[in-house]
Design a protein around this ligand. Structure first.
Ligand SMILES: [Zn+2]
Length: 98
């Protein structure tokens, strides 16, 4: 059964992705932060590393805002912060661009 043909799954929203991209965006803006490279390759690589190290956090957007806000606070926000730190550190040490 192909679920996507039978159900509207576009309501599935990945909070971890949104949160990582927001955090990474802040860090790149706030920077020239000791040499974060903001080229396409490095940014995609940092986002990928951070996202793969986090537990996914999906919600159905019908219930939307409440869960999205909850995810932005507390323990999960701290995990996102650490994941982005670590991703920045790794890519800085070993940049993805040629
Ligand atoms: Zn780069």
């Amino acid at each position: 059964m192909e679920l996507e043909k039978s159900y509207d799954l576009s309501i599935l929203v990945n909070d971890s992705k949104r949160l990582v991209l927001e955090e990474l965006g802040r860090r790149i803006e706030a920077s020239a932060e000791e040499g974060i490279c903001d080229c396409q390759d490095c940014v995609v690589d940092m986002a990928t590393l951070a996202l793969n190290s986090l537990k996914p956090r999906y919600h159905a957007s019908l219930l939307g805002t409440f869960y999205a806000q909850a995810a932005a606070e507390g323990d999960y926000a701290e995990e996102v912060h650490k994941a982005v730190d670590e991703a920045i550190r790794k890519v800085k040490a070993n940049p993805s661009h040629a």
